[in-house]
Ligand binder design. Sequence first.
Ligand code: CU
Ligand code: ZN
Length: 189
Amino acid sequence: MVAPVTRKIQPLLTLILAAGCGADEPAPDATVTLSALGGSGVAGTIEFTELAEGGVRVDADITGLTPGQHGMHVHEWGDCSAPDGMSAGGHFNPDMVDHGAPGGATHHPGDYGNLEADADGRATLSLTIDAISLTAGDEVNVLGRAVIVHEKADDFGQPTGNAGGRLACGVIHVTGGTSPPVLGPTPGA
Ligand code: CU
Ligand code: ZN
């Protein structure tokens, strides 16, 4: 049905298709467009949907990866300007707890475990978490913060899972709009 499209326009097409079908599926409340860092070629989209029964569903669709596992987290600052992604700061960690797996006893609000990329370098992930919010003013609100996809697997070690370099970055925006980025003391650093 869908003719081959270039990687560049695929995320847009994915959004259009998602909006055009599944009328009983709730529209995502927040969306991330991930862009490649340092010429990595990794890109994709992530959608966050608040569920009526509580929790937030996270749906990610990412391409351009090397096959295998790649860590993915919410980082503190909504700043993807540095070519190595370090401008996004460390893991979003308002309660100063240990890093971990999303279902584990202790983890940061945006610890999403690992993406599993197939032989074509594409990874999809869908999980429901209760550790974040999409409401301004909440301590664990992630709007305006960044999601980073990493070079290596998250091994859930301290302090941040040993996931290596940063391959893609995107700021979490309210769907169809712009959320003011949460910025650190030295934006762009
Ligand atoms: Cu990270
Ligand atoms: Zn973490």
